[in-house]
Ligand binder design. Structure first.
Ligand code: FES
Ligand SMILES: [Fe+2]
Length: 381
């Protein structure tokens, strides 16, 4: 992204760097930890997840008619498929005859038909029931009413957004949902990006916990001392509250160069790191040559979750040198910074809560966005 898009925020951040003071609340605060242990609260949060548009993939994962991916969310399987009309739809991945899980692969290409392994009821890539063996044994069966059950799937800004709740009134347009982030998504041109790396892992921590690591920069110098700490100026960040989303800017060590740079020419992510929390569960981080989408989903218990890292690149590498560059990016960011540092400490923190050793977090003046995020979740339950 060209730096001029963020001219106002750059101005603000440079002043903060010069004063050596980032955004801060007036006082420190505390946050009760019961929301990280309570099964009832977890169920409320899962219900909230069902009402929200969730990013479940990138358009370029399924570019052609019949291409599909399967996503498991909250004990339910979703078949996300591009129909022959090129529209992407999300179906409950279950046969309407006896409920059998229809597609067992994680993804596939150019599939015109999906055939159930049990009795071979067959569905088109637009979800219609198009065939069944011995149809004469089902006199009066209305095939239309036995199409695959559909949820709301919107393809917008190069991403696939699933709203699981099937009531039409629940789904909102993505532009409307993004609100203050919409112009940024328009300018980013994510539809031209490609998925270079994609990994999902189990986490022994509440889903909210890892997001905290992206809402404060207090931990940078300590936790990330062996990975990315030296790239950044410590303890300074500027944040904007774009209800219900939060956007932060973390200055890199060369950020002062922006004061004299031609903002219409330079890539913002070489000087600072824009970090968006897209409510409720995505952290989107712009690196100099790629963009990370970290998503977290509630698990079976309050103390567990799953997280997924999608790394998008503007152009798939073609040479060994380009591949080596992105492989190193994956090693440093995914393997080290996120997996072995940010997400690792989430598990350690959850241990303390689950052990009953801590019943409230203490939040510094520059960790107050954690409290803001917790309140946002509360408001949307
Ligand atoms: S359960 Fe799918 S065809 Fe019978
Ligand atoms: Fe971190």
């Amino acid at each position: 992204m060209k730096a001029e898009f963020y001219a106002k925020q750059i101005d603000c951040l440079l002043k903060m760097v010069n004063n050596n003071q980032g955004d801060e609340a007036d006082e420190m605060s505390t946050l009760k930890t019961d929301h990280f242990l309570d099964p009832k609260r977890l169920q409320q949060e899962k219900n909230m997840f069902r009402r929200m548009p969730l990013i479940v993939g990138h358009s370029n994962e399924i570019p052609y008619a019949g291409d599909y991916i399967v996503r498991e969310l909250d004990d339910r399987s979703w078949l996300i498929v591009r129909g022959k009309d090129l529209q992407v739809r999300a179906f409950y991945n279950y046969c309407q005859h006896r409920g059998t899980k229809l597609v067992q692969d994680e993804k596939g290409e150019c599939q015109n038909r999906f055939t159930c392994p049990y009795h071979a009821w067959t569905y088109s890539n637009q979800g219609d029931l198009v065939g069944l063996p011995r149809a004469d044994l089902f006199p009066g069966l209305d095939k239309k009413s036995k199409a695959l059950k559909q949820a709301n799937l919107q393809e917008a800004y190069g991403l696939l957004w699933l709203t699981q709740n099937t009531q039409p009134s629940v789904a909102r347009s993505i532009g409307d949902y993004l609100g203050g982030l919409e112009s940024e998504f328009e300018a980013l041109g994510l539809e031209d990006y490609h998925l270079y790396f994609d990994k999902t892992r189990e986490l022994k921590a509440n889903w909210k916990f890892p997001l905290f690591a992206f809402l404060e920069s207090y931990h940078l110098a300590v936790l990330h001392k062996d990975s990315i700490a030296d790239f950044f100026i410590q303890n300074i960040a500027h944040s904007e509250f774009l209800e219900p989303h939060i956007r932060s800017f973390v200055p890199r060590s060369n950020v002062r160069d922006l004061a004299t740079a031609d903002l219409s020419k330079v890539n913002i992510s070489e000087f600072l790191t824009p970090t968006n929390i897209i409510f409720p569960n995505i952290c989107m981080i712009s690196h100099p040559t790629s963009i990370s989408f970290l998503s977290v989903f509630p698990g079976k218990t309050p103390e567990t979750s799953t997280w997924r890292h999608m790394l998008l690149v503007p152009k798939l590498p073609e040479t060994d040198k380009e591949r080596a560059h992105y492989d190193k990016t994956v090693d440093v960011l995914d393997g080290l910074t996120y997996h072995k540092e940010d997400f690792w400490v989430s598990e350690l923190g959850q241990e303390g809560i689950s052990a009953g050793a801590i019943d409230e977090f203490v939040l510094s003046k520059n960790e107050n966005l954690i409290k803001v995020f917790d309140q946002l979740v509360e408001q949307h339950l």
